[in-house]
Design a protein around this ligand. Structure first.
Ligand code: C5P
Length: 226
């Protein structure tokens, strides 16, 4: 039988990937970070001089077939890591430079079409938890469970700031707030598959929930969805 497909969408830094990973481990599903794929394309654009003053060159679209993205499980840290044309870019794609342009890259319809095609393929047989912005609306409209995550802005800003600080990035809380608001604005207003809550999605506001509480809620929803 086809295994469960779970779509997790929501605003930036709402803890989508944390919940998605926990849920995948708990239910024995595959976790796929669709945002990492947009970040890898953004990194490619930056490294190949295709970004000028925050504007993405139209040449990027012609290079899409040269951009190979793969995920590989690292048994040492037990994490799935992102590879761009054979190179481990897991850390680089989380940099503030990439965060600053990724939503511009993700607004390009050809980029979306290309990545959505790959994502649909990855989920063909089911058994996946994927997080992103258009997973319940476009990538897996038939997912058995759709979760839409939100949290208070201050909670999200502090979360992301701490995460960056722990990784050694030196950014201010205000810079993080600006980047989150910038991305959420672009992600919700772009013409092609903007971030929306589909009617069949369950809203999860985790401003005041622990990781464990969120996981338990999501597991109970998944059990009902089967
Ligand atoms: O999930 P994450 O914050 O890493 O995603 C980075 C960016 O990639 C988002 O701000 C959004 O612009 C884009 N994205 C998207 N569609 C997805 C996943 C991510 O447009 N499914």
């Amino acid at each position: 039988p086809k295994q469960l497909t779970i779509a997790i969408d929501g605003f930036s830094s709402t803890g989508k990937s944390t919940l998605a990973k926990d849920l995948a481990v708990a239910l024995g599903l595959n976790y796929i970070d669709s945002g990492a794929m947009y970040r890898a394309v953004a990194l490619y654009a930056l490294e190949n001089n295709l970004v000028h003053d925050g504007q993405i060159s139209p040449e990027l679209v012609k290079k899409l077939d040269d951009i190979h993205i793969a995920f590989q499980f690292n048994p040492t840290n037990k994490k799935s890591e992102t590879f761009l044309n054979g190179r481990n870019v897991e850390d680089k794609i989380r940099s503030t430079a990439v965060s600053a342009v990724v939503s511009e890259v993700a607004a390009i319809p050809e980029v979306r079409r290309h990545l959505v095609y790959l994502q649909k393929n990855m989920g063909k047989t089911g058994g996946v938890v994927m997080d992103g912005r258009d997973i319940g609306s476009v990538v897996f409209p038939d997912a058995e469970l759709k979760i839409f995550m939100t949290a208070d802005e201050d909670v999200r800003v502090l979360r992301r700031w701490k995460e960056l600080k722990d990784k050694g990035y030196n950014t201010t809380i205000e810079e993080v707030r600006e980047n989150l608001n910038h991305r959420d604005h672009l992600d919700t207003t772009r013409a092609d598959s903007p971030l929306i809550k589909t009617e069949d999605a369950i809203v999860l506001d985790n401003s005041n929930l622990s990781q464990q509480e969120q996981l338990e809620l999501a597991i109970s929803w998944a059990n009902k969805a089967k």
